[in-house]
Design a protein around this ligand. Structure first.
Ligand code: SF4
Ligand code: SF4
Length: 538
């Protein structure tokens, strides 16, 4: 049971510096104890040190509360909720936001360097080495809650889930006209909902509030230095050591019990974007081509996915966060396996696997499981059939290729039994070396990752709504005249091909062919022409 401070406290402040867990805080001159942090001094002292050091024998043990609590202050109005469509929301996706997201998700796995001023920084060149971004973790209570003051400890104390809050801030920034001048207010309730923490019945309210506070503070502990060279009509600019997000205020909301003890009931954060937003998220200057306005679509499902997988599948979470920005550059992004492994596990671990057989086996198993996590989330990897052929693909890919239809499944197993590489065969020798040259052609995206919002916005600006209507009707016409899954299935059967054979010929996965034939999604125009060509469809 945690301790609490009744209203007869004299506020002499003798107890606060003694608390080994930092649970005692001050609000408006009145002391209160964060029950999520107070552990009764277990592991530090035989008796609660705050009671020992108090001249009037406070604090007292906190009993479970009964009846209705008295809310002390009203909460301020926050900015409107994100994800109004229940799926996604625009967010600032500039390179600086991407790199800060990498910093929060990849932490010690990144290559940290010592700057001239002997600071530990993460640096990244931009525009073919003409510009540079440099990020540093500031020694604020957020990042250094556990560790004390060493740069390496600051990096270790970062929590991967703070990347989600960073993305939420980037989404709020797009709701403002001039985010570098305007701030936004966000409450614990909003963050709780966006992260799916409202569904976590195993966490108590104080624990959730404590977690939210820590996650909300960490993106604000990133300091950025940017030098961007001239690009077209956009002048060169530099930003010297400025917080990426300014945490202007953390407001605590309390309820009061019958002894006048304050208990934390809620939090509100006032945040403002740094000056990066003036150059990368400036609508007005962008129209005159004097600044960028770079944004993309943030799916809420990604936030919930990170929150539920960060412990078990950290590699998968890192890849997801990285792909969120990468896929903004276009669907077809050929990625090598070493690139993905570096993002998921870091350069050091990849190097170790190259030298050590056991580590290689472990890393391979983890990588294939992490790809399965992405696949289950509908971020489906499409393997390059030349460099990443079925014999070195993960077993789950082969298993997912088994047709649902019983007749087709029998054909599948007959074909499998007579082929050189059977599904149940052990991995071929030299699989690791082959993987080091293997490529993933692209990731198929979940529905809520689609860029429709951003595309529609751009088109609306360029063409006007009336033209959009024409495009929509032309698209509708194209869909109506397009080939369907039934066409594909019957043309394939006419040719006597199995789904697997068609997948090989088209360079697609068998599950993709199966989904197309079952009508699970529309066939994209580029895939339509491929199927028309291969199956000789009119
Ligand atoms: S009991 Fe110990 S941990 Fe709890 S508030 Fe007092 S000093 Fe801090
Ligand atoms: S609880 Fe006791 S020691 Fe702490 S501020 Fe109040 S009177 Fe001082």
């Amino acid at each position: 049971m945690a301790y609490k401070i009744p209203s007869d406290c004299m506020a002499c402040d003798s107890c606060r510096p003694q608390c080994p867990t930092g649970a005692i805080e001050v609000d408006n001159g009145q002391l209160w104890i964060d029950s999520a942090l107070c552990n009764n001094c277990e592991g530090y002292h035989d008796k609660p040190i705050c009671v020992e050091s108090c001249p009037i024998d406070l604090p007292v043990i906190s009993q479970p509360k009964k009846g209705r609590a008295k809310i002390i202050d009203d909460r301020p109005f926050t900015n409107p909720d994100l994800f109004a469509n229940g799926k996604n929301n625009p967010f600032a996706s500039a390179i600086i936001i991407w790199e800060a997201c990498n910093l929060l998700s990849q932490r010690q796995s990144l290559t940290w360097q010592q700057s001239e001023g002997r600071e530990v920084v993460y640096q990244r060149s931009i525009n073919q080495g003409k510009g540079e971004i440099s990020l540093k973790i500031l020694d604020c209570s957020a990042a250094a809650s556990l560790a004390k003051q060493q740069d390496s400890c600051l990096v270790e104390s970062l929590d991967i889930r703070a990347a989600c809050v960073h993305l939420i801030y980037a989404a709020y920034a797009t709701t403002l006209e001039k985010p570098w001048e305007q701030d936004f207010l966000i409450s614990d309730r909003q963050i709780e909902e966006y992260l799916g923490l409202d569904k976590r019945k195993d966490l108590s309210k104080p624990v959730k509030l404590n977690l939210i506070k820590k996650l909300a503070q960490q993106p604000c502990a990133i300091e950025a230095t940017i030098y961007s060279p001239r690009q077209g009509r956009i002048d060169e600019f530099s930003i010297e050591k400025e917080n990426l997000w300014h945490l202007l205020e953390v407001k605590h909301h309390f309820y009061e019990d019958e002894l006048g003890c304050k208990h934390l009931a809620g939090l509100t954060f006032r945040i403002k974007a740094g000056m990066w937003a003036k150059h990368f998220l400036n609508k007005h200057a962008c129209r005159d081509r004097k600044a960028f306005y770079q944004y993309s679509s943030l799916p809420q499902s990604l936030l919930e996915m990170v929150m539920s997988n960060w412990q078990q599948h950290e590699g998968a979470v890192r890849m997801m966060l990285w792909l969120l920005f990468k896929t903004r550059m276009g669907r077809e992004q050929r990625l090598t396996v070493p690139t993905l492994m570096r993002i998921a596990y870091g350069e050091k671990r990849l190097h170790k696997a190259n030298c050590d057989r056991e580590e290689r086996k472990r890393l391979l198993r983890t990588f294939e499981n992490d790809l399965l996590v992405l696949n289950d989330y509908k971020l489906k990897p499409v393997f390059d059939t030349v460099t990443y052929p079925p014999e070195i693909q993960p077993l789950w890919v082969k298993l997912s290729a088994i047709p649902d239809d019983s007749d087709e499944a029998i054909d599948f197993w007959i074909n499998d039994g007579s082929s050189n590489n059977r599904l149940t065969d052990a991995s071929p020798r030299g699989k690791w070396n082959s993987l080091m040259n293997a490529r993933i052609v692209q990731f198929e995206l979940p529905d809520d990752w689609e860029q429709t919002f951003a595309q529609l916005e751009k088109k609306r600006q360029k063409l006007g709504i009336s033209k959009l209507k024409n495009i929509a009707s032309r698209k509708k016409l194209a869909i109506e005249s397009a080939i369907s899954g039934e066409h594909v299935a019957s043309a394939r059967k006419d040719k006597g091909w199995s789904q697997r054979e068609l997948a090989k010929i088209t360079g697609k996965s068998q599950s993709w062919i199966r989904d197309i034939e079952n009508g699970r999604f529309h066939i994209k125009p580029e895939d339509q022409s491929l199927l028309q060509q291969v199956l000789a469809l009119d």
